[in-house]
Design a protein around this ligand. Structure first.
Ligand code: ADE
Ligand code: ZN
Length: 350
């Protein structure tokens, strides 16, 4: 049965505002999550102590107070400094494990996290140290919690094409552990096409592609990510609202957008959640999904992102069911989708 029929058949109170119990029970996939952005201040202090690193913050409260951002760059400046506490394979394991525990509490059944190797290799940490810590935790989480994952390696777009090629070369030894490449960091001044050749090479190696586009940058960057980088999903993509033809194209092709509502308000893409276009795009037929981006920095995991939509945009159960459905069907783990959709139907009936 098509999703629309399943919703009409199984969801009795479609126009009720989605409540917490309903949202938690919905099986969800998270498709836009930076592992380095899941580093909670408590763990940051623990790792700083373990590695004998002095932090520029007096305590956990001072860290949270410092997370007052006015745009993407003001966040990235702090974010890269915080990542300095990650040094050993065990640190990357602990970071990833803590995130997977968060997934379990929220009804996230599958996740496709990003990691930024250059943030670490540029500090002298070996690529294998980073990758092994992350993948060991992902494997343990699958075994112990039943949460599956596909890992995405991002290139930092403020660095050169040459540096991205070097990173891709380092990854060639580990292609069985990496599903896709992505593109993140400072969008303004670093257009997707700067990395067209790297993405072509990544696809030749059998990797899938995604890219941040249209977060702060123009709608043209979304066109360029789709046409030039041949992405299978666009990360953020909210600036598509500036280009009606692009919106129509996104609807026609059912290109997924991994939208991050709390991130967008914390980085002042929108001044207030009530201005966020996610549900308008959803109602027009765009394949939008809900994600947390950097939950430790933006004050909210996936559940809190869904809850913010219910609180400030009156998101209904029907809309929430669609958003969760999009997340499951936009994942790279096609073989798992039947069993998730079964769980999704059960959640609609609850
Ligand atoms: N929201 C975001 N945009 C670009 N790069 C990022 N790296 C971590 N979070 C990011
Ligand atoms: Zn992001």
């Amino acid at each position: 049965m098509a999703a629309v029929d399943l919703i009409n058949t199984h969801l009795s109170r479609t126009d009720d505002i989605a409540d917490e119990a309903f949202l938690r029970a919905l099986p969800k996939a998270e498709l836009h999550l930076h592992l380095e952005g899941s580093l909670e201040p408590e763990l940051m202090f623990e790792l700083a102590q373990r590695n004998d690193i002095e932090l520029p913050f007096a305590n956990v409260d001072a860290v949270r107070e410092a997370y007052d951002f006015h745009n993407l760059q003001s966040f990235l400046d702090i974010y890269y400094r915080c990542a300095d506490v990650l040094r050993t394979e065990q640190d990357f394991y602990d970071l990833t494990w803590a995130y997977m525990q968060q997934c379990q509490r929220q009804g996230v059944v599958h996740t496709e996290p990003f990691f930024d190797p250059q943030t670490h290799t540029d500090r002298g940490i070996a690529f294998a140290t980073v990758l092994n810590g992350i993948t060991r935790a992902l494997a343990d989480a699958e075994q112990q919690m039943g949460i599956s994952s596909e890992l995405i390696m991002c290139f930092l777009r403020h660095l050169s094409e040459e540096a991205a090629f070097e990173t891709l070369e380092a990854a060639e030894l580990y292609l069985d552990k990496i599903t896709a490449v992505g593109l993140d960091s400072s969008e303004l001044g670093h257009p997707p096409l700067k990395f067209e050749r790297v993405f072509t090479r990544a696809r030749e190696l059998g990797l899938k592609t995604v890219a941040h586009a249209g977060e702060e940058g123009p709608a043209q960057f979304i066109h360029d990510a789709i046409d030039g980088l041949k992405v299978e999903r666009v990360d953020h993509g909210v600036r598509c609202t500036d280009d009606d033809d692009l919106i129509q194209q996104l609807i026609d092709t059912q290109m997924p957008l991994t939208v991050c509502p709390l991130s967008n308000t914390r980085l002042k893409v929108y001044q207030h959640m009530s201005e966020h276009p996610i549900l308008t795009l959803l109602e027009r037929g765009v394949r939008v999904t809900v994600n947390s981006d950097d939950p430790a920095f933006f004050g909210g995991d996936v559940m809190q992102n869904y809850l913010a939509l219910a609180e400030h945009l009156n998101m209904t159960r029907r809309q929430a069911a669609w958003l969760a459905h999009h997340s499951l069907t936009s994942s790279f783990a096609a073989e798992k989708q039947d069993s998730w959709l079964q769980q999704w139907v059960e959640a609609l009936q609850s």
